[in-house]
Every structure is written in structure tokens, then in C-alpha cells.
Write a protein that binds this ligand. Structure first.
Ligand SMILES: Cc1ncc(COP(=O)(O)O)c(C=O)c1O
Length: 463
């Protein structure tokens, strides 16, 4: 009888994070300052602590995890790795399916792996408050939790449509001691400007980022915390993959393929980077494939252009080398709130362009069908975001049924869906429809970006 749940002990909480930067097939293209059209980081040093900036650009492969951070991690880490035996049986597949479950953290997802680290480094450098944006509310609850652990105050700009759809996430953030505003809000210049033009604006992650960054820029005691995209965030998530490797070793298995959902790319990177390291350092037992899954409603990597764009709507951030749907992207209100960001981590963009990472996009109806099968076999209600990875893993297992291959499939269940009951209600009562973001809208956004920066194509030489 195969082990169902593979556990590690507290001592197995990793002591170091792994950084992919020294192992990328080519150096990461620089950020560009749109004022000078040259490499530059703009406002970045004004809103992050020095330790985080050092990690963002570090060439070190291994970075020590401070003991104070490990101590908080131990509240829920190591997280379990499950063998999905009941799902395998239902699919009649010869494949073995494993999933790493991050929903056991107090806020319910992988996000506190970086939130706790960010709060710690800010506290160490004398910062008293962090400001941030949140979409689905997962990142907001994680940062509120991290700040609470290290005695910082926390201000959260929550995308208005999620604020309305997910009131209980807001309450959770408030229970952790944070102040939460629906974004666009009247708290910032950028929020007020948008509300004046369009009082019913549903908000977007890009707008909420503008508000949080502005808040940090205009208050001495306040820095900004980011939930995804940047290198240091992905770095902090590698505890996930490092543990998963050890857990698979314990049952003498190694993945042929790894699936993860991508909003900004942090959870998926956290899982696959340590396996990528095995591959580039010649230690891998197999030629593992890495597959990033996104929503057809927000197809940053599968339909977006690999170019330079701002990370936020108000264009406060420098130009970031990434696949983008345009910084003025207003996402359709699908339920996978965490996947509605217009861009993606520069490391993912580079690895996709070098064909080291494969991509897939699924519509929300197919994704919820997969989630339903998962719930009814494995018993865990997944967040809509990782349900995209479940769909990828199920399709792979079904292909194995056709070919007879006994592949080992690993995917990341990066959060539970206990706050997503409205989404499940809509799905179960037949109200969800499949949605694809039209190609023409991406082209229009790219034209707007080019008319803003007619020299944009010159930057392609960095990509
Ligand atoms: C549960 C969950 N999964 C995935 C994501 C997507 O982010 P990332 O790609 O950085 O993991 C989010 C973002 O909010 C999330 O809350």
C-alpha cells in the first residue's frame, strides 16, 4: 500500500533558500528607468529594506534563512506531501500523482513563506508599517499575519471586486490587525484620480499596487511588501520545493513533470526551482518538465507579449522585462483572483522564452470541473488558483492512461478554497461560463504601450 501522506519533522524546515539567478541560461535583463531609457531601478530603494534589495540581485545560490523566520515557519512547516491515490484510481491512470499542500499555513496558502521573511527584514531595519495590495485576499492575509508576528502595522489595498466578493478574507486580515481599504480608494492620489474618472471602477491588481507603492513612498516609517513577481519573493518560496524533494526521496520517487499555477509566478517557482537546480547541476534522475498553468481570462504568458512594461497602472514602478497584457489591463471578474495580474515574474518570462518552462492556459469551467473531481476523491477543497494546476495534472494523468506511461506527476496545491465558497456556489449552480481574453485586446494594449514609449522596441535588445 503506497504511503498517502509523507511528513517531515520540524528539523527538516530548510535552513537555506535556493536562488535560481546563478543557474539561469542567460543573465536576467535589467529593469529600465523610463525617464533615462537606461537600466535603473527607480523607486525600488525607497520602498524596500536593504536586505531584500541585496537578495533581489544576489548572485549567491544559497541564502541562509534567519532563525527567527524559521521559528515562525515551524508553526506550520514542513507542509505535507500527499500521494493522490484516490484521484489516480478515479482516473484509471498508471501515473503516480503527488501534491504538496500549502493550505495548512495559518492564512491558508503559500504566501506567508515570503510575508514572514519580508516582515522580519523590515522590522530589523526599523520600519514600522508595511503597505501592500491584495487581489483574492490571500497575499493580504499573509502579510497581515507576517506583520503581526514581528510587531509591524499593516495597510492593505484590496481590489474592489474581491473586497465585495470575499468579505471574510477582509475580516481575516482585520483579525490579524491590518487596515484594509477597497481599491481604488480615497486614501491615495492615484486612487482618487481613478475614482474621479470612473467611480464604479472594479479595481485591478495594477491599481492596488499603485496605491500601496504611493503609500510607502509618502510615509517615512512605511515600506512596501510584494506578494509575487520579484526574485526575492520567489526565492523565499523555495522552502516548498526543497521540502518536496526530501519527501519524494523518502518514498524513492522523482517527478517526470511538475505543474503549478501562475499569477505572478511565486508558488510555481518555489516548487520547481530546486528541481531545476538538480537538472542544471547534473544531479537530476530524470529530464523533468516544468509546466506553468494560467487562466485563459488572464493569459499573460500564453497570449501576452515578452517586452518591457510597468508593474502597476500608475506607472510608478520601473519597466520590468516580462510577458504582459498591458499595465492598464482590467481583468474579467473570474474567481481565481490571484491569477488576474497583467504581468509575470521576469525569471519565468526568461525561462519560457528559452523553452525551459512550458505553459498552458485553461478556462474556469474546465478548472472547476477538475477541482470537483479532486474534492470528491481527495477531500480537500482547493482555492481556484491551484485548481488550474490540478487540471494540468489530471490531463497529464489521462494522457498516461492512453500511452500506458507510469509517469510521476507532482503539482502544487498552494492554498485551500475555504474562502471561495461563492465561486463554488456559482460553479455548482451552473453560473460560470468559460472565458478567453481576446487577442485583439492584448494588441490594443500593446499599441497603447508603444504610443506611450515609441522607443519600446529598442529595449528588445536586452531580452
Ligand atoms: C492561492 C493562490 N495561488 C496562487 C496565486 C498566484 O500567485 P503566484 O503565481 O505568485 O503564486 C495566488 C495569488 O494571490 C494565490 O492566492
Amino acid at each position: 500500500m503506497a504511503a498517502k501522506k509523507i511528513l517531515l519533522s520540524e528539523e527538516d524546515v530548510p535552513k537555506r533558500w535556493y536562488s535560481i539567478l546563478p543557474d539561469l541560461p542567460r543573465p536576467l535583463p535589467p529593469f529600465i528607468d523610463p525617464e533615462t531609457k537606461a537600466p535603473g531601478v527607480g523607486i525600488v530603494p525607497k520602498i524596500y529594506p536593504k536586505a531584500i534589495i541585496a537578495q533581489e540581485v544576489s548572485k549567491d545560490r544559497w541564502i541562509d534563512i534567519p532563525e527567527e523566520v524559521r521559528e515562525v515557519y515551524r508553526l506550520w512547516r514542513p507542509t505535507p506531501l500527499f500521494r493522490a491515490t484516490r484521484l489516480e484510481k478515479a482516473l484509471k491512470t498508471p501515473a503516480k500523482i503527488y501534491y504538496k499542500y500549502e493550505g495548512v499555513s495559518p492564512p491558508g496558502s503559500h504566501k506567508p513563506n515570503t510575508a514572514v521573511a519580508q516582515a522580519y527584514y523590515n522590522m530589523k531595519e526599523g520600519i514600522e508599517r508595511l503597505a501592500t495590495e491584495t487581489g483574492a485576499g490571500q497575499w493580504g492575509s499573509a502579510l497581515a499575519f507576517g506583520c503581526m508576528m514581528f510587531g509591524l502595522r499593516c495597510t492593505i489595498y484590496m481590489v474592489k471586486v474581491s473586497y465585495q466578493q470575499k468579505p471574510y478574507r477582509r475580516v481575516m486580515m482585520e483579525a490579524f490587525g491590518a487596515n484594509v481599504y477597497p481599491s481604488p480608494s480615497d486614501q491615495t492620489e492615484s486612487g482618487r484620480r481613478i475614482l474621479k474618472e470612473d467611480p464604479d471602477n472594479p479595481g485591478s491588481l495594477g491599481i492596488a499596487i499603485s496605491e500601496a507603492v504611493e503609500d510607502a513612498l509618502t510615509h517615512e516609517d512605511t515600506n512596501y511588501g510584494i506578494g509575487s513577481v520579484f526574485n526575492h519573493v520567489l526565492l523565499h518560496q523555495t522552502v516548498v520545493g526543497l521540502e518536496a524533494k526530501k519527501q519524494l526521496e523518502a518514498v524513492d520517487d522523482y517527478p517526470d513533470v511538475i505543474y503549478g499555477c501562475i499569477g505572478g509566478g511565486s508558488s510555481f517557482s518555489g516548487l520547481f526551482w530546486p528541481f531545476y537546480y538538480d537538472k542544471v547541476s547534473g544531479k537530476a534522475e530524470k529530464d523533468t518538465r516544468f509546466v506553468a498553468v494560467e487562466a485563459t481570462a488572464c493569459p499573460s504568458v500564453t497570449r501576452g507579449e515578452y517586452t518591457y512594461d510597468h508593474g502597476d497602472t500608475a506607472r510608478l514602478t520601473p519597466l520590468v522585462p516580462m510577458h504582459t497584457l498591458g499595465h492598464d489591463f482590467i481583468p474579467p471578474p473570474i474567481h481565481a483572483g490571484g491569477l488576474r495580474y497583467h504581468g509575470i515574474a521576469p525569471t519565468i518570462s526568461l525561462l519560457v522564452s528559452e523553452k525551459k518552462v512550458e505553459t498552458k492556459a485553461y478556462n474556469q469551467l474546465d478548472v472547476f470541473d477538475a477541482a470537483k473531481l479532486f474534492i470528491r476523491t481527495e477531500g480537500i477543497v482547493p482555492a481556484p488558483e491551484p485548481a488550474h494546476a490540478i487540471k494540468g495534472a489530471i490531463d497529464e494523468a489521462l494522457r498516461c492512461r492512453e500511452t500506458g506511461e507510469e509517469k510521476v506527476i507532482l503539482f502544487l496545491l498552494c492554498g485551500h478554497g475555504h474562502f471561495d465558497m461563492q465561486a463554488y456556489d456559482d460553479y455548482l449552480s451552473g453560473k460560470l461560463s468559460p472565458y478567453e481574453y481576446p487577442k485583439e485586446k492584448v494588441e490594443e494594449a500593446m499599441q497603447r504601450l508603444r504610443s506611450l514609449y515609441p522607443w519600446l522596441n529598442e529595449l528588445k535588445r536586452y531580452l
